[in-house]
Ligand binder design. Structure first.
Ligand SMILES: *Cc1c(COP(=O)(O)O)cnc(C)c1O
Length: 424
């Protein structure tokens, strides 16, 4: 079975970070992270959500308006709400899960204090037009990029984060760089960084060093969980029981607006060492993820699957595909030896706690919430494995066309007309 993800932590990193002795790894990780992504300042937190909440609370805002996508990770609006501020959601585009500038412009107001731009799944946002909308409607708004998926993604003018006043990154298990848990806040302004740092010193407690021991065990467990012989039985279990809900629904707080109990416990030196080791490898891993995704784009288009446009250089934290019957596709692909992900399978305004926001309509975000699957594209996947995923999708669509967007008759006719081999 091909797993939907593989944490980017090789066993040798998990072990060597445990043996590391260099001093002050947290400060070094922050400095190196800031440099890698082009910011002067970085602050490391328990989670990405903790970083956002700390920023909002350090700014001292109450009941202020924060504009963000409806189709995003639930922890983002949770952080805004828990900081005592208001969320204002924006719908995705009809043909793309990202927020287009015109939808953004329609939802911004002169009272918008912060705008969160999210290159979801690592697909660049329309940076120029979004910035123009912000400049014209809410010029005072703080521009924060949620780079949890975006990392270093680029558009035609360069790295998207160049336009950000701040950025948050998630460093949990499914992310491009992972310190098991963790989140990073990058900032440009010296004074603001000093304020958030002071806030963090006051409100977040250092971890007890024995916490690192359970993290090492957890690291080994996640390493093993995505490899055979453990992976297939566990994947079967996940599909049949709610046993692993702790890592999915509960983790993202889909059952209400809440944070985990350790949201204000600072990461350990061990986690920082894991991060330092991966930053050295970031370019190489990102290049492999990109190459995998290019192969999906190229071959799936040949087979008349509709793939999402990536305007620029996407980082493809996931490879997303819209289908008609998600659960049907996931079950059928599992039978064919491929595990698919369903990373953002909700529309934030429809979650418990957002009843007031749900009064607006977000038809596109709702459709993506119901229909999106993620194909495995982690670094280390072989070309042969990628082709097996594509073949499995083609075979599945040929047998169950109703599960997919494009009827196979169209695909077959068009493949034949171009002299391509037709998958039966
Ligand atoms: C993972 C993620 C975050 C941060 O998540 P934490 O679990 O709080 O570290 C933020 N935004 C998006 C889109 C994410 O996927």
């Amino acid at each position: 079975m091909i797993p939907r993800l593989r944490p980017p932590l090789p066993l040798r990193t998990i072990v060597s970070a445990a043996l590391g002795r260099e001093r002050d790894p947290v400060a070094r990780f922050e400095a190196k992270f800031a440099e890698q992504f082009g910011f002067p300042h970085a602050l490391y937190f328990a989670y990405g959500r903790s970083a956002l909440r700390a920023l909002l609370e350090a700014l001292g805002w109450q009941d202020e308006e924060v504009v963000l996508p409806a189709y995003t990770c639930a922890v983002v609006p949770h952080a805004v709400k828990l900081s005592g501020n208001r969320v204002r959601f924006v719908d995705s585009a009809k043909d793309h899960f990202n927020v287009p500038a015109q939808n953004l412009e329609a939802r911004l107001t002169s009272a918008t204090k912060m705008t969160i731009l999210t290159p979801l799944f690592g697909y660049p946002v329309d940076r120029k037009k979004c910035q123009r909308a912000i400049d014209s409607v809410a010029p005072e708004s703080f521009v924060l990029y949620d780079a949890a998926h975006g990392f270093a993604c680029e558009d035609r003018s360069g790295v998207q984060l160049e336009s950000a006043q701040g950025a948050i990154f998630g460093l949990g298990i499914g992310k491009c760089i992972s310190t098991l848990f963790g989140g990073m806040l990058l900032l440009r302004d010296d004074a603001l960084c000093a304020e958030v740092r002071a806030y963090r010193d006051r409100h977040h407690a250092p971890a007890k060093q024995r916490r690192a021991l359970s993290q090492i065990l957890y690291g080994v467990a996640t390493w093993a969980a995505f490899r055979e012989p453990i992976f297939s039985p566990v994947a079967g279990l996940e599909s049949r029981t709610p046993l692993l809900d702790r890592f999915t629904r509960y983790y993202y707080g889909q059952d209400g607006i809440s944070f985990p109990a350790d949201h204000d416990t600072l990461p350990t030196d061990y986690q920082a060492r894991l991060g330092l080791a991966q930053l050295d490898d970031f370019e190489r891993l990102a290049a492999r993820r990109w190459a995998n995704s290019q192969r999906y784009e190229w071959r799936l288009q040949q087979q008349d699957f509709e793939v999402f446009a990536a305007a620029g250089v996407a980082t493809y934290s996931q490879f997303p595909l819209e289908v008609v019957d998600r659960e049907g596709v996931i079950a059928d692909l599992r039978r064919r030896g491929v595990q698919l992900g369903r990373l953002v399978d909700y529309c934030c305004p429809d979650l418990p706690g957002y009843e007031a926001e749900a009064a607006e309509s977000y038809p596109n975000a709702r459709r993506f919430a119901e229909r999106m699957v993620n194909l495995p594209n982690w670094p280390g996947l072989s070309v042969g494995q990628i082709d097996r995923v594509i073949d499995a999708l083609c075979e599945s669509r040929a047998e169950h066309p109703e599960l997919y967007l494009v009827p196979p008759a169209v695909a077959t006719a068009s493949a034949k007309s171009r002299g391509l081999p037709v998958v039966k």
